[in-house]
Write a protein that binds this ligand. Structure first.
Ligand SMILES: Nc1ncnc2c1ncn2[C@@H]1O[C@H](COP(=O)(O)OP(=O)(O)O)[C@@H](O)[C@H]1O
Ligand SMILES: [Mg+2]
Length: 304
């Protein structure tokens, strides 16, 4: 046992990823209890500070995704309360949530990202220089919510309108034809790279969460040099944002073997059928051990 403090598994929130959060939280709670920790579920709503106090929580295990949970807000609140928490800190969380801000750091670190343009709600919509298909996505969402692959210029305007319903800044970017590779990071090392084969057009919300929506190959069947480079790129992206504890980095590998960073997920899904737990299992780390390793990273910074 790493701690005798009561662990609050923080879940829910207002984001469109609430459903996923609840499943992640249940899985984490079960794993912590199995390992002998005292743990309870706590709804991360406007009363979270009072609840955390009332329950006498000493450590927070974050099972929230998206807005307010993954974007640094909850992390800031926990900093104020003096409660250690799992995953990245305030700044790295905010950067990871923001595809526009994070890309600047990826580029600065010498990583490749799909060529893109930024559009702002209400401003004139400049034409973009990309050949079709293009991809349209909100800057701060997740789970492919608001993401469209636009194959026909006539469909662009509707895709932009849709993305703008989620954020005031959105990206239009070059579609990268190739393979979808996700790199799991645990501690300060790459756990491995997984190839995702969505059954639909791309890795959309349905293929992410519905059974049979995608196939996962772990380890990704890449030639050894490409595999090693994917791990290195994933780790560099994690470090470029200053992430802590764990993350999952989404990459695209084009047909010429060049890898592009899409994003770093600072609080990746942790249901026992999620990708990071699947990678851990493939590396001989059962789910409860993975949960405990993530907890250990949070306690490492705890000097109280
Ligand atoms: N530039 C691109 N080229 C091809 N497919 C893309 C591109 N950008 C995103 N996608 C597809 O959309 C999915 C979601 O995009 P991503 O940028 O990871 O946003 P989210 O935060 O919603 O997961 C990706 O996993 C991939 O399948
Ligand atoms: Mg993604």
């Amino acid at each position: 046992m790493l701690t005798t403090k009561k662990i609050g598994v923080l879940m829910g929130g207002h984001s469109s990823e609430r459903e996923v959060s609840l499943r992640t939280a249940e899985a984490i709670l079960k794993a912590l209890r199995e390992k002998g920790y005292e743990a309870v579920l706590i709804e991360a709503d406007a009363t979270v500070a009072e609840r955390v106090r009332a329950e006498g929580i000493g450590v927070a295990f974050l099972a929230v995704h998206g807005k307010f949970g993954e974007d640094g807000c909850l992390q800031g609140l926990l900093e104020i309360l003096g409660i250690p928490y799992t995953g990245s800190g305030v700044l790295a969380s905010a950067l990871g949530m923001d595809k526009i801000a994070s890309r600047m750091l990826f580029l600065q670190a010498g990583l490749r990202v799909p060529p893109y343009r930024i559009l702002t709600r209400g401003a004139v919509r400049p034409s973009h220089p990309f050949a079709y298909p293009v991809v349209v996505k909100p800057s701060r969402e997740g789970s492919s919510v608001g993401v469209s692959i636009v194959r026909d210029p006539a469909a662009l305007s509707a895709a932009l309108d849709q993305a703008f319903t989620y954020d005031r800044r959105i990206l239009v970017e070059q579609y990268i034809a190739g393979r979808e590779i996700h790199v799991g990071i645990l501690g300060d090392a790459a756990l491995g790279a997984m190839e995702i084969l969505p059954t639909g057009e791309f890795y959309d919300y349905r293929s992410k969460y519905e059974p049979g929506g995608s196939r996962h190959l772990f380890p990704a069947p890449l030639e050894p040099s490409l595999y090693a480079r994917a791990l290195e790129t994933g780790l560099q992206a994690h470090r470029a944002l200053g992430c802590r504890g764990y993350s999952r980095v989404d990459l695209l590998l084009d047909t010429a073997g060049q890898d592009y960073v899409l994003e770093v997920n600072t609080l990746p899904g942790m249901t026992d059928v999620s990708l990071l737990p699947e990678m851990a299992r493939g590396r001989g780390i059962p789910f409860p051990d993975l949960v405990e390793r993530i907890l250990a990273e949070a306690l490492r910074e705890d000097t109280t």
